[in-house]
Write a protein that binds this ligand. Structure first.
Ligand code: GLP
Length: 237
């Protein structure tokens, strides 16, 4: 139980600090018990719990009660690979290779990769995991000419950016990203082991090497209940 002596808005701060200390999945006492503990109306407690739920710190399970939600994984403006992103947050990154194949670019991909439509492209589809649970479904395209032999590499384990750097001496230097919100399709939900229609982030990334040449176009769908997008912005002085 959190400490007593709080009223109204202060309750929110106290609840937040308290919830942050509790392990994921811990049950929250009933509204009635909390109201009694704090000497406030049940409605006041409900309002504060609703706010925490809206912010993703708690989740409600009909008929079972309120629980501490999983801490979401943050995404910073620093250009990281999935592997680095997860490790920075104390999670063990992993992959499950769904497919790797060489295809003709076609007009749309050619525009993204800044190559001709007849060029060959390697398409890699992976489910990315964090602590062995699906986090994102990812589809990456790279120009085949730049990465000969990529089809034979083991992408079921390890990092694509590590391969870029160590096998091909291609350094990831910059990327443009677009983040949109989407509902999971049946297929995405099954890959991510959750329900269709759940909210998710779609992150598209166009990645360039140090010379400014496009080396990758990727589209990833991250589970909205596990991922968080954070941005750092500076204003010119
Ligand atoms: C992120 C990016 C992808 C990139 C991947 C590489 O998920 N959105 O564009 O392909 O990282 O990650 P890794 O090196 O772990 O394979």
């Amino acid at each position: 139980m959190p400490p007593t002596g709080a009223k109204g808005a202060r309750l929110q701060e106290i609840f937040e600090a308290w919830v942050a200390e509790l392990p994921t999945g811990s049950p929250i006492p009933s509204e009635r018990d909390l109201a009694e503990h704090f000497g406030v109306a049940r409605m006041t407690v409900r309002l504060q719990l609703d706010r925490l739920a809206q912010r993703g710190l708690l989740y409600r399970h009909r008929g079972r009660g309120t629980f501490v939600a999983e801490r979401r994984v943050a995404h910073t403006e620093h250009l990281t690979s999935f592997t680095e992103d997860m490790r920075a947050r104390g999670l063990e990154p992993g992959s499950r290779l769904l497919g790797i194949e060489e295809i003709r670019a076609g007009a749309a991909l050619a525009a993204r990769l800044e190559i001709s439509a007849s060029s060959r492209v390697v398409r890699i589809r992976r489910v990315r995991t964090a602590d062995a649970e699906p986090m994102a479904a990812e589809q990456t395209h790279v120009p085949a000419r730049r990465f000969p032999g990529l089809l034979d590499e083991d992408l079921d384990h390890g990092s694509l950016y590590d391969l870029f750097e160590h096998r091909y001496a291609v350094r990831v230097a910059a990327a443009d990203q677009r983040v949109t919100v989407t509902d999971l399709s049946d297929e995405e939900a099954s890959l991510l082991e959750t329900e269709p229609g759940r909210p998710a982030f779609r992150i598209e990334r166009t990645t360039r090497d140090a010379d400014g040449t496009v080396i990758e176009f990727a589209s990833s769908v991250y589970r909205g209940d596990r991922y968080e997008v954070l941005m750092h912005a500076k204003r010119d002085v």
